[in-house]
Write a protein that binds this ligand. Structure first.
Ligand SMILES: Nc1nc2c(ncn2[C@@H]2O[C@H](COP(=O)(O)OP(=O)(O)OP(=O)(O)O)[C@@H](O)[C@H]2O)c(=O)[nH]1
Ligand SMILES: [Mg+2]
Length: 381
């Protein structure tokens, strides 16, 4: 049976879906969410107090400073907080939960951000694990497992940062990670194409198991294979978000206005937003949920149960279990060492790249000097 048809059956009575958004500060996560649900669901973080947020040397905006002072005594809100919203797609009710996470990337507490996100994901698995082993089920139990994590990559146009690689690699064993480029309209189409290619090369090089719209050539029907391979080819999705409607030929269009024209959010020629939205809420909703339950949660459960067997000295452990356990620990240790080596490799590669660029720049300026000298010489002769 193909994946979408399984989805349709279940969808009749309404479905629940949880999406988490993760990424560096200011990559457009909040705007994306509000664009996705077509309402102002999430508030934006307190703005920069500068008159021009892009310019660190600009003056302070006094009205914003006063506003911040008024709220200064208030408690820090919980940092990861799910928000629920009801949507209807193609006549199907979707109870959508959005989990926005604090932006990171300032280099100060990236590890803390990672820990926070990762323990949130695992807590949801722990909750369901506890619920499953209860004799009497709690009728009000809520399954809050995250079915997709959209990882926002900043539109630098260079390459993935070490932090991006690290985060995606460490989170992907726990959740379907879908890489996206935030604020993709910051790049030209040519830059965007090259950036996408570069990102997918890095993802393949580091063996990061992102959600790549899996299909089975033997089992799935032609349409599914076609749809999935098209979506896979779009990875990482180029996102343009906007909470503003612009009138074009008398029609309101969601988009971003520029002196040279309008970038339309829902136009597939301008961004991958609508295709990502369709995949998340319609075509791949069931697949994301199934992979979360059958594979990611199942792996977590197995890991957790085998860990607790190893950790209890009183339980009678079979010798072969002990042997398995020690093999597992050795493998784990090896894996960690390999990971460290890969990190070092990455760092060295980047350093070599920087040095090469410096050398090239020096070579260029030498050539300019030489040319100038040659000119002077011919001038004198
Ligand atoms: N050019 C462009 N700008 C965008 C886009 N989406 C959001 N922005 C702008 O980028 C800034 C940050 O957007 P947010 O949506 O608040 O980003 P965020 O990732 O939630 O930021 P924090 O929560 O502060 O970390 C705002 O000025 C947005 O108007 C986009 O698709 N293209
Ligand atoms: Mg935000």
């Amino acid at each position: 049976m193909s994946r979408p048809s399984r989805g349709r059956k279940q969808a009749k009575k309404g479905v629940q879906l949880t999406i988490m958004v993760v990424g560096a500060s200011g990559t457009g996560r909040t705007t994306f969410v509000n664009t996705l649900v077509e309402q102002s669901l999430l508030p934006h973080r307190v703005q920069s107090l500068l008159v021009d947020p892009e310019d660190p040397h600009s003056a302070l905006d006094m009205s914003l400073v006063q506003e911040a002072a008024r709220h200064a005594h208030e408690e820090e809100p919980v940092r990861i907080k799910p928000v629920n919203v009801e949507l209807e797609e193609d006549g199907v009710r979707i109870a959508l939960t959005i989990v926005d996470t604090p932006g990171f990337g300032d280099g100060i507490d990236n590890e803390a951000s990672f820990q926070e996100i990762s323990s949130y994901l695992e807590r949801q698995y722990d909750d369901i694990l506890a619920e499953e082993s209860r004799i009497k089920r709690n009728p009000r139990f809520r399954d809050n497992r995250v079915h997709a994590l959209l990882y926002f990559i900043a539109p630098t146009g260079h390459a993935l940062r070490e932090l991006d690689i690290e985060l995606m690699r460490r989170l992907s064993p726990r959740v379907n990670v879908i890489p996206v480029i935030g604020k993709a309209d910051s790049l030209t189409p040519t830059e965007l194409r090259a950036f996408k290619r570069r990102i997918m090369e890095d993802i393949a090089y580091y063996g990061i198991p992102v959600y790549d719209f899996p299909y089975d050539v033997e089992e799935d029907d032609e349409e599914t294979i076609q749809d999935n391979s098209e979506l896979r080819a779009l990875l990482p999705f180029a996102i343009v978000g906007s909470e503003e409607e612009i009138m074009i030929n008398g029609q309101p269009v969601r988009g971003r206005r520029y002196p040279w024209g309008v970038v339309e959010v829902d136009n597939p020629q301008h961004s991958d937003f609508s295709r990502l939205r369709g995949a998340l809420l319609v075509t791949h909703l069931t697949d994301l949920k199934e992979i979360t339950h059958d594979f990611l949660y199942e792996n977590y459960r197995t890991e957790k149960l085998s860990r607790s067997v190893g950790g209890d000295p009183d339980s009678s452990i079979l010798p072969e279990d002990m042997a398995n356990q020690s093999v597992r620990l050795k493998e784990e240790q090896l894996r960690r060492e390999e990971e460290k080596l890969r990190e070092i490799e990455l760092k060295v590669q980047r350093e070599i790249q920087v040095k090469r660029q410096e050398l090239l720049a020096k070579e260029d300026s030498l050539k300019v000097l030489e040319a100038r000298l040659a000119q002077q010489n011919t001038g004198m002769a």
